[in-house]
Write a protein that binds this ligand. Structure first.
Ligand code: NDP
Length: 447
């Protein structure tokens, strides 16, 4: 059997064993499409069935989460934690609270996470979790009761040396605080390293909040640097207006670019003078309003309901909302509008067909696995500070993040070159992450 045939048969088995999990299939396909050359160079990986083992999570936990709303009505949600791979360290990856969450989403995110974590070069394995609970429109006390119920089951599966969750969509500082409080109460342990993304008041780390967005922009900066270019004077469009998007916008502005549009699930805002980040934070983080409220503070800006933000022309696009939010039509629109670079702040925001359009039209592409790894890298730095009971300054933490992003960029770039695919960051990221995980798995024997 050729390597390609072997990979096709592994993929067919993954689809058959995990029916109905379209996002997981998509994430696996994307990796299998790139790792063929690494398997040819390392036949020992195939002999030890490394790929088949990587595609099967080490443990999958699904649990009931009952909670009571402010009117006394009982609700039942479903909780998930998929502990994908611990070859490189304790399972590490965020929790997502969003009504679309089901096992297939958690598995796609956990699968991506293990390669991403490997790329950071830090000692962390891959995992992911969440719930189909929707925090939007819920009071603080409802969110607290949900988080307490969620942790009442989750606590027995996690720990600083076992599995270390963090935030993701719908899980920010508020939720992490409630989750940490309940973990501490149940276990009677002040185990700071059990969760990352904590508040600065109780063991959190500087720059963790900003890290994913800042990191994606540092990655874009590196991609521009290798072609002798930079962000200065560039028009940028960002999708989303949550944690990743907000801090990506902030960093683009600090580096001389202008973000002219961003979005949420209701539509997008266009502000040709540049998105005012402080107004955006007030609307989305403080008041938890819909993004249309931005134009009340910046009357020259416009809000467009229910349409794609990718119709706004730009030099650099940073999709930073959710999976499969940028399709082939959007990709063609971006290319026609003069877009040079697409860098994924979110996980898997560009569809496979969109990525093909980028390749055909010469738009350079930075995959999320590499470009948004700044968040988890800063989480690993938070774990490091917790373990040594230390806390670093903002400036030092940001410098560490910048160095890590440059290193990830250079690894992807060099690996793509080494395997004869220059400039193909997706292949570089997949092969480099895969090699690190595979080597550790080989060393551990058949487990
Ligand atoms: P947030 O919850 O803070 O923000 C998510 C943003 O995306 C919101 O503006 C939200 O709009 C929008 N959005 C969410 N779902 C949809 C949808 N189905 N359709 C359209 N818009 C949607 O999440 P984060 O910023 O933390 O995460 C964004 C992405 O980045 C995700 O893919 C996540 O996995 C990834 N990521 C996050 C990391 C982190 O450190 N937070 C680390 C690495 C990756 P609305 O307000 O209307 O819901």
């Amino acid at each position: 059997m050729t390597t390609q045939e072997k990979l096709e048969s592994i993929f067919a088995a993954v689809v058959q064993r995990n029916p109905g999990e379209a996002e997981f299939h998509q994430a696996v396909r994307e990796v299998l499409d790139s790792v063929g050359p690494a398997l040819e160079k390392h036949p020992e990986y195939a002999d030890a069935k490394i790929i088949e083992r990587i595609c099967e999570p080490e443990r999958q936990i699904i649990f009931r989460v009952p909670w009571e709303d402010d009117r006394g009505e009982v609700h039942i949600n479903r909780g998930f934690r998929v502990e994908f791979n611990s070859a490189l360290g304790p399972y590490k990856g965020g929790l997502r609270f969003h009504p679309s969450v089901y096992l297939g989403i958690v598995k796609f995110l956990g699968f991506e996470q293990l390669f991403k974590n490997a790329l950071t070069g830090m000692p962390i394995g891959g995992g992911k979790g969440g719930s189909d609970f929707d925090p939007r429109g819920r009071s603080d006390r409802e969110v607290m009761r949900f988080c307490q119920s969620f942790m009442t089951e989750l606590y027995r599966h996690i720990g600083e040396y076992t599995d270390v969750p963090a935030g993701d969509i719908g899980v920010g500082a508020r939720e992490i605080g409630y989750l940490f409080g309940q973990y501490k109460r149940i276990t009677n342990r002040y185990e700071s390293g059990v969760l990352t993304g904590k508040g600065l008041a109780y063991g959190g780390a500087q720059v963790r909040r900003e890290a994913t967005g800042y990191g994606a922009v540092f990655f874009a900066q590196e991609m521009l640097r290798v072609t002798g270019d930079d962000l200065d004077g560039k028009r940028v469009v960002v999708s989303g207006s949550g944690n990743v998007a907000t801090y990506a916008i902030e960093k683009v502005h600090q580096l001389g670019g202008t973000v002219v549009a961003c979005s949420d699930s209701s539509g997008f805002i266009h502000d040709d003078k540049g998105i005012d980040v402080e107004v955006l934070k007030e609307v989305k983080q403080v008041r938890r309003e819909r993004i249309a409220a931005y134009v009340q503070h910046r009357p020259h800006a416009s809000f467009t309901a229910g349409q794609s933000v990718w119709q706004v022309p730009c030099h650099v696009a940073l999709p930073s909302a959710t999976q499969n939010e940028l399709d082939a039509t959007d990709a063609a629109t971006l290319a026609a509008g003069g877009c040079l670079l697409v860098v994924e702040g979110a996980n898997m925001p560009a569809t496979p067909r969109a990525i093909r359009v980028f390749a055909e039209t010469g738009v350079r592409f930075g995959p999320g696995k590499a470009a948004n790894a700044g968040g988890v890298a800063a989480s690993a730095l938070e774990m490091q500070q917790n373990a040594s009971r230390d806390s670093w300054t903002f400036a030092y933490s940001e410098q560490r993040l910048r160095d890590i992003m440059r290193d990830i960029h250079d690894r992807c770039y060099a690996t793509a070159d080494e395997y004869g695919m220059p400039g193909n960051y997706a292949a570089g990221a997949n092969i480099d992450g895969f090699r690190s995980v595979a080597e550790a798995m080989l060393a551990h024997g058949l487990i």
